[in-house]
Ligand binder design. Sequence first.
Ligand code: NDP
Length: 296
Amino acid sequence: MSAVLIDGKARAETLRVRVAAGVAAYRAERGFPPGLAVVLVGDDPASQIYVRSKVEQSRADGFHSVDHRLSSDTSQTELMTLIESLNADPLIHGILLQLPLPPGLDAAPALKLLDPAKDVDGLTPTSAGLLFAGRPGLVPCTPLGCLMLLQEAVGELRGKRALVIGRSQLVGRPVAALLLDADCTVTMAHSRTRDLPDVCREADILVAAVGRPEMVRGDWIRPGAAVIDVGINRVPSKNPARAAAGKTRVVGDVAFDEASEVAGWITPVPGGVGPMTVACLLHNTLIAAGGSLPVA
Ligand code: NDP
């Protein structure tokens, strides 16, 4: 392996130490901590794991954290009523509506109702509009984590050719907007992109947010490029007996072993972008409350 490994776990821990210091200073000044409300509807197992981790980490870092669990037969009206009450709660500065919602519930009106000043996931139309207009606002957590990892690893991003594979509202589009704001020359690729391997070979920075296990091969990577792998894909275990027993492992969208021979920097999966997502949520909640990080 010639690439430098970008250790997202260590970077996330460093960010959380700074956020916790910011929370302590906030509480000392105002007499109460920044507050985060997490709303989970239904019993999707992956969402339950994500929400538990968000609530535990926010409490560990000193936030006032409220966990709202609603059953899967919750009505749209009940969800909207809860969001309205959280919008009005002066002790809550950040609201996270865990997606996806169960069938029968529509995320769009719920996100539209959510106060943009409390939109710590950066998913309301107002937050998305501000980001694309290049104006200050709350930025989606996973894309913010990608940008932080890149800035720390690569340093100055200005003028670099960046390729983002994936154009979702959650990851691809906001990552591209952040890289544009960082003065990169940005290309966005998606399932209809022609000659994707050739497009990848042009990129100094490659962000893969696709959801296809190990799709990006080593010979697609420009030598020395920075590779950020957002993908989280479950595949059968390498051990045939374990695979037969239904055991799985997690891989990214990039073929790590091949790519790390060519890239200049690369994130592992797991341990790359994933840990940054929760740390950036806590960062956003502190900022939404009017707090700040201590100077590094
Ligand atoms: P989506 O399914 O919403 O979007 C996937 C994107 O990949 C789409 O834009 C799609 O194109 C594109 N795509 C699909 N197939 C191809 C292909 N063959 N070639 C090029 N582009 C393709 O996924 P998300 O953006 O929500 O998530 C992407 C990945 O990131 C997933 O693995 C997810 O689990 C992971 N993730 C990780 C997080 C973390 O914290 N680390 C947080 C969020 C997501 P088109 O638009 O044309 O369909």
